[in-house]
Design a binder for this molecule. Structure first.
Ligand code: DX5
Ligand code: ZN
Length: 214
């Protein structure tokens, strides 16, 4: 069954602990945590102390999406803060192969994310060693943007590429996911859906998670 990873970027930060507990109860599989450095992306979000402070609010998998330049500098710290999956951007890391190995050596799952403008072919050599591929279906930096339709093809390509070499690969899609497009995204091959505004927007967490799961 498809996994749902609510993005806390759209949660109410003034009561983040409570929001996490509620989204856990509402049926979230993972908790998606967006870290932005104001450099790789135009926005600045949350970092290590916040992740540490929410770690004891849930046992769910912390799915940490690093939108930061040279992410390999901070792997140790994110592991220590409580990340279970660390996803770095292909575009932000010069030595992607080494960075993946390093993340895995720390006993956490390793993911690589592609911006909308980055073609899937760059994953060809590394896909077999990845735990997760995160396909950005909006340009990263902000919640509440519109799903870019050509992302569907990219999901299909990644699925196809993974078939013979990595059948357990998590294929995650992030950006503009809602109850109207989730079915097509899953049919294309995704097995983890991130959603921020479509889950936290109106506060009906359980209903929204179920609607997106389909
Ligand atoms: C965007 C983030 C997303 C974002 C998704 O840069 O990576 O995780 O929170 O938000 P929605 O679901 O509102 O597009
Ligand atoms: Zn994200």
């Amino acid at each position: 069954m498809v996994k749902i990873s609510p993005s806390i970027l759209s949660a109410d930060f003034s009561k983040l602990g409570e929001e996490i507990k509620n989204v856990d109860k509402a049926g979230a599989d993972f908790i998606h945590i967006d870290v932005m450095d104001g450099n790789f992306v135009p926005n600045i979000s949350i970092g290590l102390p916040v992740i540490k402070s929410i770690r004891n609010k849930t046992d769910k998998v912390f799915d940490v999406h690093l939108m930061i330049e040279n992410p390999s500098r901070y792997i140790d710290e994110f592991v220590e803060a409580g990340a279970d999956i660390i996803t770095i951007h292909y575009e932000a890391e010069k030595h992607i192969d080494r960075a993946i190995d390093y993340i895995k050596s720390k006993g956490v799952k390793a993911g690589v994310s592609l911006n909308p403008g980055t073609p899937s072919i760059v994953l060809k050599d590394i896909i077999e060693k990845l735990d997760l591929v995160l396909i950005m279906s909006v340009n990263p930096g902000f919640g509440g943007q519109k799903f870019i339709p050509y992302s569907i093809n990219k999901i299909k390509e990644v699925k196809e590429m993974s078939l013979n070499v990595n059948k357990d690969l998590l294929i995650e899609v992030d950006g503009g996911v809602d109850k109207n497009n989730s079915k097509a995204i899953v049919e294309a091959g995704a097995n983890v859906l991130v959603a921020g505004s479509a889950i936290f927007g109106d506060g009906k967490l359980k209903e929204n998670i179920e609607a997106i799961r389909g």
